[in-house]
Design a protein around this ligand. Structure first.
Ligand SMILES: O=P(O)(O)OC[C@H]1O[C@H](O)[C@H](O)[C@@H](O)[C@@H]1O
Length: 315
């Protein structure tokens, strides 16, 4: 017997387990059999599976699972930095910290928990806080899995400091693909982007959907809030919706860089693409007491259904 969404108890649909380092992981399940797994190490989503049990996020077979190294794969929460252009470590420190579960998280403005299994996580500055970013903050993350299998991440940053602070943010998302050369990314056509491979020089994308035949590392600016990654071979489309995150970072290291990474298989670049909802170009500034919210929602649908989900006009 399935559960109807009216009686679906989100607490019954979550399970706490320990990983091989003794760090807690939270497993979310929906009544149809889809699941998501979140590690308290970094608040990272390390797995997202559909109701057929197929893994939708890429994780490197050579990933290192030992703190303080961030594991290569899944979705990492990049805060208060994205990239490596300041004294803060690459992609920020949040993904290397141990988060805690928050049982009574402050309610979200959009109350959308019905029929979802979800977990609320919290990161606050610890005692050995980085000297390079000495601010009083609360970073909240709600990860939820809906009855249709969609995965949503909602992050809130609150300034509990006496002074304003600024940060960057990104959901660094490793999508699992059949073969990068069979993939199209739609929704970024005609946008301006900064090319990280050319000292962040600014270019304008041509009119066609993106396809991939070499290394790519770009920040697409002021992007629409809905984009789609079409995997023709697997007949699967990822629909990515974001709110509060103006930019999209697209990254694939390709062959040469893959070989230089110790935690990545030589050929694994073919099975992944990072498509990150992010706020990278401009810093977000919060005055004391202010809060910022950024949201990412991922759907993985059979390609034949995707026209129902993906409306390129949706901004
Ligand atoms: O090593 P990771 O944290 O997965 O990051 C890998 C990459 O992700 C980002 O998207 C950047 O734009 C890249 O320059 C970076 O090297």
């Amino acid at each position: 017997m399935g559960h109807s969404s009216a009686v679906w108890d989100h607490r019954a649909a979550i399970e706490l387990i320990k990983d091989w380092n003794g760090i807690d992981q939270v497993v979310l399940r929906n009544p149809q059999g889809a699941s998501a797994r979140v590690s308290l190490h970094g608040g990272r989503v390390i797995s997202w599976r559909n109701d057929l049990g197929e893994e939708l996020l890429f994780s490197s077979s050579k990933a290192i699972f030992k703190s303080p190294k961030a594991m290569r794969g899944g979705i990492s929460i990049c805060f208060p930095q994205f990239g490596n252009c300041s004294s803060i470590e690459q992609q920020g420190f949040a993904r290397n910290k141990i988060w805690m579960i928050e049982d009574d998280a402050p309610p979200l403005l959009k109350n959308d928990i019905r029929g979802k299994s979800f977990i609320d996580l919290l990161l606050k500055p610890g005692e050995e806080e980085p000297k390079c970013w000495p601010h009083g903050f609360e970073l909240r993350l709600r990860v939820s899995l809906a009855s249709d299998g969609n995965l949503a991440l909602i992050s809130r940053v609150r300034n509990i400091n006496g002074k304003p602070f600024s940060f960057l943010f990104g959901y660094h998302t490793y999508l699992s693909l059949s073969d990068i050369s069979e993939v199209r990314l739609e929704g970024l056509e005609t946008l301006d982007y900064l090319d990280n491979l050319c000292q962040r020089e600014r270019f304008t994308e041509q009119g066609d959907a993106l396809t991939f035949e070499s290394e790519v590392d770009r920040v697409y600016l002021c992007s629409p809030n809905c984009i789609a990654v079409l995997d023709h071979e697997r007949k699967r489309t990822y629909v990515i919706r974001k709110e509060g995150l103006p930019d999209v970072v697209v990254w694939n290291p390709w062959e040469k860089k893959s070989k230089a990474m110790t935690d990545f298989g030589d050929e694994e670049y073919k099975q992944m693409l990072c498509v990150d909802g992010a706020a990278v170009e401009k810093l977000i500034t919060l005055k004391p007491g202010e809060e910022w919210t950024g949201r990412l929602e991922l759907a993985a649908v059979p390609s034949s259904f995707c026209s129902d989900y993906f409306d390129p006009q949706l901004k």
